[in-house]
Design a protein around this ligand. Structure first.
Ligand code: ZN
Length: 150
């Protein structure tokens, strides 16, 4: 009986991972209590017209102490937007309000939480350089990476 359940679980896991691969325009990233994203690069097929990004905080700390979010800008705008985000403050999830340099962003989350966003990339320069980062004060120096269209 136990063996049957185990093989069913394995089958289910296989089915789930196959369906996750079915949509290549969906990407996932996690943040932890050690102030790290699990990926320093995310790739999306250039054929995608919209992208779904899911950020999961796999740690246990609250968002006031170790909050994470995911912002996307062109690489040229990364530093100034990170600075503007810090200035925007916790009430705004460290996202500068109405700032068109922010191409996409999740909300700020704490341990055990997740946020999923879908944004249009239609008409974007798919050969351009894009940087994602966490705008929680002090995090962007480490919590950053490149989003590439391939
Ligand atoms: Zn963070």
């Amino acid at each position: 009986m136990k063996k049957t359940i185990a093989s069913l679980a394995l089958l289910l896991a296989t089915v789930l991972s196959n369906s996750a691969l079915a949509n290549e325009c969906e990407i996932e990233i996690t943040g932890n209590d050690a102030m790290q994203f699990d990926k320093s690069e995310l790739t999306v097929p250039a054929s995608c017209t919209e992208v779904t990004l899911t950020l999961t905080h796999i740690g246990g700390m609250t968002k006031g102490v170790m909050g994470h979010n995911w912002l996307l800008t062109t690489s040229a705008n990364f530093q100034p937007v990170a600075t503007a985000g810090m200035a925007a403050g916790a009430d705004k999830d460290y996202v500068p309000e109405g700032d068109e340099r922010v191409l996409a962003h999740t909300k700020l989350i704490g341990g055990g939480e997740k946020d999923s966003i879908t944004f249009s990339v239609d008409g974007w320069d798919k050969s351009g350089a894009y940087t994602y980062f966490c705008s929680f004060p002090g995090h962007f120096a480490v919590m950053k990476g490149a989003l590439k269209f391939v």
